[in-house]
Design a protein around this ligand. Structure first.
Ligand code: CAA
Length: 380
C-alpha cells in the first residue's frame, strides 16, 4: 500500500490549489452574499480540464483518474464550496452516467461539450414527493411512438438555472415500481421545460437550486440513457460516484476551516500567550486534523475503487457520511476557536459552517448513507 500521490496528481494539486487560493477564494464571500453564479471561474476551470476530470480526452475530458478528481474537488471547495458543487454535479452526476451508459452518439452530442465545460449539466432525480425514497418517482415519460413526452416536477436541482442538459429519471411503466424507471438526457432549452425561481439557501449560495417543471416536454426516442426500465440502477450508480465528489467537497470545507483556525490561534493572544499555546485549543486542532485525515483516506479509498471499476456503494457512502460530519464538526469548532470573530462574516468560518450543512443532506442524507452501509454489511 502506498499513500504517496503520483507526480501527475501532485502537479494537479499544486495547480488547482494556486488557482483556488488566488482566484476562487477571493471571490467566495461576494458570491455567497450576492447569490451569484461564478461564470468566470467555471470557464477558467473548464480550460484547466476540471469540468470533466475523469472523462477520456477523446470526449473532451482531462482523462485523469478518480483520485485526481477528489484532489481537485477538495482544492476548489476549500476556496468556495458553491463552486465545488457546480463542478461536482457536472463531473459526477452528468458526465459519469453518460460515459458509463451513453451510446457513442450520445457521448459525441452531449458528453463532449459537457466534459470540456462548453456546456453545463444538472441531474433530475429528486421530486417534491421523492427525496430519500428515490424510487417514488411521479414524473412520467410517455412513449408516443416516435418520441417521448415528459411530464412532472423535479425538485432541489443544483445548476438548474445555468444547465444546458439534464440527466433526468422518469417512470416509463408505473406498474413496475423502481423497475419501471428510465433515464433520459433532456436538453434544457426544449419546449415544455420551465424553471421556478432560485431557492434562497442557508449555504452554497453561489450555486443555483430550483425546480424543473416538465409539461409535455417532447424528447426524441434517442434521449433514452441506458436500457428501458433500468433508470433506477443508472441513478444509484451515479450517486455512488456523486457521493465521492460530495465527500471531497466536505474535505475542502473542513480544510479551509482548519487552516483559518491554525492561523488565528497563532496570532490571537490570551492569558499572555498565543491561544495555540493552550491545551484547550491544541486538543481541538489535533482532533480536527485527525478527523480530516481519516475522512480524506476514506474518500481516496472510494475513488481508488471507482478507478478499479469495482462496485463501491458502501465505500462511497462511508466516505460521504464521515466527511460530511467532519466538515460540520470542524467548521463548528473553528467558530469556537475564533470566538466572537468566528461569528462574523470577515473570517469566513461562518460560511464554512453554513456550507457544510448541505453535505449531510444532498446526494443522500447521512441516514441514507447509513442504510446503504448497513445493507452491504448485512448482505455480507
Ligand atoms: N448500483 C446499482 N444498482 C443499485 C444500487 C447501486 N448502488 N443500489 C441499488 N441498486 C438496485 C438494486 O440492485 C435493486 O435492483 P433490482 O430490484 O432490479 O434487483 C434496485 O436498485 C432497488 O434497490 P433497493 O431495494 O436497495 O432500493 P430502495 O428503494 O430500498 O432504495 C436507497 C435504496 C439507497 C434508499 C435509495 O433510494 C437512495 O439512494 N435514496 C437517496 C436518494 C438520493 O441520494 N437522492 C439525492 C438526489 S441527487 C442530489 O442531491 C443532487 C444535487 O443536486 C446535488
Amino acid at each position: 500500500m502506498n499513500f504517496d500521490l503520483s507526480e501527475e496528481q501532485q502537479i494537479l494539486q499544486r495547480m488547482v490549489r494556486d488557482f483556488s487560493r488566488n482566484r476562487v477564494a477571493p471571490l467566495a464571500e461576494e458570491l455567497d452574499r450576492d447569490h451569484r453564479y461564478p461564470a468566470e471561474l467555471i470557464s477558467q476551470m473548464a480550460e484547466m480540464g476540471l469540468m470533466g476530470v475523469t472523462v477520456p480526452e477523446e470526449y473532451g475530458g482531462a482523462g485523469m483518474d478518480p483520485v485526481s478528481y477528489v484532489i481537485a474537488m477538495e482544492e476548489i471547495s476549500a476556496g468556495c464550496a458553491s463552486t465545488g458543487v457546480i463542478m461536482s454535479v457536472n463531473n459526477s452526476l452528468v458526465c459519469d452516467p453518460i460515459l458509463k451508459f451513453g451510446t457513442e452518439e450520445q457521448k459525441q452530442e452531449f458528453l463532449t461539450p459537457l466534459a470540456s465545460g462548453e456546456q453545463l449539466g444538472c441531474f433530475g432525480l429528486s421530486e417534491p414527493d421523492a427525496g430519500s425514497d428515490a424510487a417514488a418517482q411521479r414524473t412520467v415519460a410517455e412513449d408516443c411512438g416516435d418520441h417521448w413526452e415528459l411530464t412532472g416536477t423535479k425538485n432541489f436541482i443544483t445548476n438548474a438555472h445555468e444547465a444546458d442538459v439534464c440527466v433526468v429519471m422518469a417512470m416509463t411503466d408505473r406498474s413496475q415500481g423502481h423497475r419501471g424507471i428510465s433515464a433520459f438526457i433532456a436538453p434544457m432549452k426544449t419546449e415544455g421545460v420551465s424553471l421556478t425561481p432560485k431557492e434562497d439557501k442557508l449555504g452554497i449560495r453561489a450555486s443555483s437550486t430550483s425546480q424543473i417543471v416538465y409539461d409535455g416536454c417532447k424528447l426524441p426516442k434517442s434521449a433514452l440513457l441506458g436500457k428501458l426500465g433500468k433508470g433506477f440502477g443508472v441513478a444509484m450508480y451515479t450517486l455512488d460516484c456523486g457521493r465521492i465528489g460530495i465527500a471531497a467537497q466536505g474535505l475542502g470545507i473542513a480544510r479551509a476551516a482548519l487552516e483559518t483556525s491554525l492561523q488565528y490561534s497563532t496570532e490571537r493572544k490570551a492569558f499572555g500567550k498565543p491561544i495555540s499555546g493552550h491545551q484547550a485549543i491544541q486538543f481541538k486542532l489535533a482532533d480536527m486534523a485527525t478527523n480530516l485525515d481519516a475522512a480524506r483516506l476514506l474518500t481516496y479509498r472510494a475513488a481508488l475503487l471507482k478507478g478499479q471499476g469495482v462496485r463501491h456503494s458502501s465505500e462511497s457512502a462511508m466516505a460521504k457520511l464521515y466527511s460530511s460530519e467532519v466538515a460540520n464538526d470542524v467548521a463548528r469548532e473553528a467558530i469556537q476557536i475564533l470566538g466572537g470573530y468566528g461569528y462574523l462574516r470577515e473570517y469566513h468560518v461562518e460560511r464554512n459552517f453554513r456550507d457544510a450543512k448541505i453535505t449531510e443532506i444532498y446526494e443522500g442524507t447521512s441516514e441514507i448513507q447509513r442504510l446503504v452501509i448497513a445493507s452491504a454489511l448485512l448482505k455480507g
